[in-house]
Design a protein around this ligand. Structure first.
Ligand SMILES: [Zn+2]
Length: 253
């Protein structure tokens, strides 16, 4: 069964999920802007007992592609720590952004750094690499780059998280994106079903609710339907119930 849910805002994801009728929730397990190690959540037992599908999102600072070892090494450690904490919650995946190299760096070095991440460690929860919105040095913005990345890491137990806002911002055609991504990766494990505040091709990563964003809501639903996997809305809290209801109705129809 495909689960439709949300990135849970606030401190009580079980209560939020009930309020917005989410079947799965995505959580940060530590400060998303920090390097702190996750600690066991007070509501871990409640989450486990809830029957909700759980996804964990790694902090934004994680960049295993980096050519700077003071970023790359802690990033790898962070994936290991967050994967362990995610496993304790029975999570279905740990979402990690595709990352980037610095200006003037060779992208192939960043791609190889991704490969080394999996060559050197296995994780108790599957890492889902997420496509990102902008930047010429990104490893997972364009499909060409995702193809390079998958050549390097596809042999490992790794999945893909497709964010509709990011793909839109990257200038991708959402009508055909699922087939084109799957032709490269063979899989899509999770859709981040978001609209965008900006026009297609903007390279800006600003999520919006379905009602106010620039992506036709039907097109977001189309991506979720084609992907046939769980979907999480990462939209503003006040519209999540509506966004989830829209997706569920669209998938049922
Ligand atoms: Zn996302």
């Amino acid at each position: 069964m495909v689960l439709i849910g949300a990135h849970a805002h606030g401190t009580d994801p079980v209560a939020v999920a009930a309020e917005i009728d989410a079947q799965c929730v995505q959580l940060f397990l530590a400060d998303p802007q920090g390097w702190k190690k996750p600690v066991r959540r007070d509501d871990a037992d409640a989450l486990l007992a809830s029957g909700l599908g759980i996804y964990a999102h790694a902090p934004y600072l994680v960049n295993v592609a980096s050519t700077n070892n003071r970023i790359r090494i802690p990033s790898r450690n962070m994936i290991a720590q967050h994967a362990a904490a995610a496993a304790d919650l029975g999570a279905r995946g740990l979402i990690v952004h595709g990352g980037h190299v610095g200006d003037g760096d060779d992208i192939s070095v960043g791609i190889d750094n991704w490969r080394k991440t999996f060559e050197r460690a296995t994780f108790p929860v599957r890492v889902l690499v997420e496509n990102t919105a902008g930047g010429d040095n990104a490893c997972a913005r364009t499909l060409d780059r995702i193809a390079l990345l998958w050549d390097a890491i596809g042999q490992y137990d790794v999945g893909l998280c497709l964010d509709t806002c990011h793909a839109w911002a990257a200038g991708e055609d959402l009508e055909t994106i699922v087939d084109r991504v799957r032709a490269i990766t063979g899989r899509i494990d999770l859709v981040h079903a978001n609209s965008s505040r900006d026009e297609a091709g903007s390279q800006r990563d600003r999520h919006a609710g379905f009602a106010t964003g620039t992506i036709p809501p039907e097109l977001i639903a189309h991506v979720v339907r084609e992907a046939g996997c769980d979907a999480v809305v990462e939209t503003p809290a006040d519209g999540q119930a509506q966004d989830i209801a829209f997706l569920r109705a669209a998938l049922a129809g």
